[in-house]
Design a protein around this ligand. Structure first.
Ligand SMILES: Nc1ncnc2c1ncn2[C@@H]1O[C@H](COP(=O)(O)OP(=O)(O)OP(=O)(O)O)[C@@H](O)[C@H]1O
Length: 359
């Protein structure tokens, strides 16, 4: 097991920079998720860590040793990295134990040691007793676990997961999330987990690196990303935060500031030192929305959409003060709100998104 350092890495394909000055330190034994929308550079980063691509600038270090720089690249097979792909191709003509032990056989590891290591890997993924089974007689989740065992048998220093749950149905995804979390607890392996699914990243990772357009936009714990997004992109990407314009009137000394949101006076949490400014942005959460009487502080608008989701409805509301922002919240059963109805809403709090530094 080893830590991983991505040090100021840029990757260019001709003149196009797929990664721009990305720096991430993954601690030994840490579970790090790399999260971002399609095209943000996740796969490029994974391919660089694995050794399939070389960096254009910067350095990648595994366990303190340089494995990639602009003039040096350790090949994938020499990196002791395990990879679990989305398409967990197992060899159909080999049973589970043979699939897992294949790389050891190729490396001429003696039979007794091979059997022992295969048994240990099966135990690590909770599949003891399945060694004789053919892959065709396994469920999708079990096949994915065999693929994981096959990568673990080589005792990698680092395990990379490339969207491993993307092909599985919703129920299986949830149970595999638990499996991966258990596996990580049992093995203590350093994990880098690539995904575009934020709930998967939140459920599994110690920290999440959020990427956008080839740049690292925030690297934080799931809790911090949710409560203190650093940019409007992170705010709206993580749990569909509602990003709204605010004027910051005064900064307090207690990590809050007084703001005005569509005419509603509102106290926002903020970074220390974040000062008064017009045209700022706040991230508000749907849980903090309440419907208030028309004589209470708040802002007026119209309900534009009601989507019943069983036990509750997702309500979309357009404030009168804006034509391009939607506020969404949930009304539990009995759902009484209707499209076209006017209402006054108020937020109970929110987070002031820090002023963006120019690139
Ligand atoms: N070999 C290549 N040559 C040119 N451009 C590339 C190459 N590989 C990736 N890119 C570009 O780099 C950008 C990042 O691609 P990448 O595959 O890393 O994104 P991603 O976040 O993994 O996306 P997805 O979630 O859709 O897989 C994209 O604009 C892509 O077109």
């Amino acid at each position: 097991m080893a830590g991983l350092t991505i040090d100021n890495v840029t990757k260019k394909f001709q003149s196009f920079a797929a990664l721009k000055n990305v720096s991430i330190d993954v601690r030994e034994g840490e579970f790090l998720a790399v999260l971002g929308p399609s095209g943000c550079g996740k796969t490029t980063l994974l391919r660089i860590i694995a050794g399939f691509e070389q960096v254009s600038q910067g350095e990648v270090r595994i366990g303190g040793k340089v494995v990639s720089s602009s003039n040096f690249n350790v090949s994938p097979e020499k990196r002791r990295i395990g990879i679990v792909f989305q398409n967990y191709a197992l060899w159909p003509h080999m049973n589970v134990a043979e699939n897992i032990g294949y790389s050891l056989k190729v490396a001429k590891v003696p039979n007794a040691e091979r059997e022992q290591r295969v048994a240990e890997a099966l135990k690590l993924v909770d599949m003891e007793g399945y060694g004789e089974r053919a892959p065709a007689n396994l469920s999708g989740g079990q096949r994915q676990r065999v693929a994981l065992a096959r990568c673990l048998v080589a005792t990698p220093e680092l395990v990379l997961f490339d969207e491993p749950l993307a092909n599985l149905d919703v129920h299986l995804r949830a149970s595999m999330e638990d499996e991966f979390a258990d596996f990580h607890k049992r093995s203590g392996t350093t994990v880098v987990y690539i995904t575009h699914d934020q709930s998967e990243a939140m459920a599994l990772a110690d920290r999440i690196a959020v990427m956008d357009h080839g740049q690292l936009v925030q690297l934080d714990t799931p809790h911090k990303l949710y409560h203190e997004p650093a940019t409007p992109m992170v705010a709206s990407f993580i749990s569909q935060g509602i990003v709204l314009p605010v004027d910051v009137l005064a900064a307090g000394t207690d990590g809050t500031c007084a703001a005005n949101l569509f005419g509603q006076p509102l106290s926002l949490r903020c970074r220390p030192g974040d000062g008064p400014r017009a045209g700022a942005l706040a991230c508000c959460r749907s849980e903090a929305v309440k419907i208030v009487n028309t004589d209470a502080p708040g802002f007026d608008g119209t309900i534009t959409r009601v989507v019943y989701q069983g036990g509750l409805a997702r309500i979309e509301f357009r404030p009168d003060a804006t034509s391009d922002r939607i506020v969404h919240f949930v009304q539990p059963d009995p759902v009484t709100l209707e499209v076209g109805q006017t209402a006054r809403l108020a937020f109970e709090g929110g987070w002031l998104i820090p002023a963006q530094e120019p690139n």
